[in-house]
Design a protein around this ligand. Structure first.
Ligand SMILES: [Mg+2]
Length: 98
């Protein structure tokens, strides 16, 4: 997906570093959401939903990179991405249907 497995292989970050990077991106996403929704103390940052979309993409890319790094090879990454997304989204669907 978008070369994420290959990009992960070229990037020397450890799994721990990548996980901390995800926390950093989650913080940036939180900041964008707070600013874009006009939360008290954050509205002055003048961020928009475009900033929220950008930070959500950053977080998603890093999360997928962690999935890639935790996979033995490209085939496992692709298979696990399909399996996990299918299972997790089905679980979400089930929760919503309760
Ligand atoms: Mg970011």
């Amino acid at each position: 997906m978008f070369g994420i497995f290959e990009l992960t292989q070229q990037d020397p970050k450890t799994l721990q570093e990548r996980s901390l990077k995800l926390a950093e991106e989650a913080g940036e996403l939180a900041q964008a959401v707070l600013a874009a929704t006009g939360a008290p103390g954050s509205a002055y940052k003048n961020m928009t939903l475009a900033d929220v979309r950008e930070e959500a993409a950053d977080a998603a890319i890093v999360a997928l990179s962690i999935l890639a790094q935790a996979s033995a090879d490209r085939d496992e990454f692709d298979a696990e991405l399909q399996r996990l997304m299918r299972e997790k989204c089905a679980k979400w669907q089930d929760k919503l249907a309760e």
